[in-house]
Design a protein around this ligand. Sequence first.
Ligand code: IRN
Ligand code: FE2
Length: 550
Amino acid sequence: MTALADRNVRPTVTTGPIEGSSKVYVEGPDGIQVPFRRVGLSNGEHLDVYDTSGPYTDSTAAIDVHSGLPKLRADWVAAREPVNGAVSQLAYAKAGIITPEMQYIAVREGVDVELVRSEVAIGRAVIPLNRCHPEAEPMIIGKKFLVKINANIGNSAVSSSIEDEVEKMVWATRWGADTVMDLSTGKRIHETREWIMRNSPVPIGTVPIYQALEKVNGDPARLSWEVYRDTVIEQCEQGVDYMTVHAGVLLRYVPLTAKRVTGIVSRGGSIMAAWCLAHHKESFLYTHFEELCQILRAYDVTFSLGDGLRPGSIADANDEAQFAELRTLGELTHIARSHDVQVMIEGPGHVPMHKIKENVRLEEELCGEAPFYTLGPLATDIAPGYDHITSAIGAAQIAWHGTAMLCYVTPKEHLGLPNRDDVKVGVITYKIAAHSADLAKGHPRAQERDDALSQARFEFRWVDQFNLSLDPDTARSFHDETLPADGAKTAHFCSMCGPKFCSMKITQDVRKYAEEHGLSSVEAIEAGMREKSGEFSEQGNKVYLPVVDR
Ligand code: IRN
Ligand code: FE2
């Protein structure tokens, strides 16, 4: 842990428990401890929800970021023998072997472990866990499982420090990020990543070409396979769990982008296009792809095959450049799988709603159903400053069609580097998109939380409503803005409609009336209506009443 010695980094970045929740561990086979967040309710019940926050929200754990998180998987990794010369989850799954990681995931997702193994074996799901990142809690990405979200962090040449980035990682996972990508392009890339790796409870992804470019002083023409390969090995050794590789940007595809409105918008894609044009040669990522497979295979690093030619505007969606690259990604998927390397496929970008479904269909057909991992997509281009929303509209839809992981977009997209608050808004927005898709797809556990929250709302259990929400702090503060008194936390109304016009209160009155008068609810509604109409005339037939004392 020698790299973690920076006096400028605060010793602890503990977020503390989440309001109204406690951390519990559910025991799986062989004593495996799987974390959940238990939301305690005022009626004595509780709800256990999926928890990405790691030990940071465990009130009993003191996190010293200088020593890093406990090495949860170290013994599992050490105990394993290779199968067919490989140590990847894919190799084990194909051989019919159930790993402790698969057991952990089955408990976490509430599914049969055989589903986990078989989906990994056919490549429809991936478990992105580098053998050198034992701190990470196992998770799975695949269409049969909960839709996952990724939060991008990382510094740039003009902004941010190591400490800021570690904080963003910790807070992103607290709010629900399933993976985090460190996209640092500025100074001290290796060091920043070391701090993030050793303290991250979730898988970490990177785009190695960014660091390779830093090594050649930012001139794409000076890149080479050798510089790239050494960077990949360096990152594999550090424990990076998955890597974006833009190996589908072929020389002959570059001219296809010439007439686009926004050309090539992918950073990695434009770097590789520049290299191909400068040398008039085929991309070294493509020509050396098998060697790359051998490196990733040794660590069980998962490919995230990059969409270097994704559309960067509504006008460019689903064009020939995009789909030509997708066909090449399909070819590479099959090569990677033949080396027992896990693969997911990155997708767009900017796509209007009527063109979204086609993206999933083609990806599944061309890439053997490898998990799709998309950046939004933005369903319209006209709202800079609100692109978390324009993209969540596309993200919810593409996830419903079968996308397995959504890369978040923050309100700063297209405008600047997100700060911690932007990260929060991005994560919560994407949890909404992902969960909406889980509901529509009928994931067995998804609706439990909606039902619990709805029940709390109907019964005016305000605190339960806050605590069951994706962002309890915001829910509570919005409520308290107008009704801060403690008594308002049990009141049968809020300030939106006031005491007389709360539909939920009226429904409850109807039900109570029915019970008391031995009526069916239809009769009660009629009887209740007559009574209400009486009250209404008594009050002088006024729709709006003067404000009463609250
Ligand atoms: C996800 C899907 N398509 C792209 N992404 C993410 O965009 C990817 O995972 C990584 O975080 C980032 C890479 O951006 P460039 O280099 O393609 O612009
Ligand atoms: Fe964009």
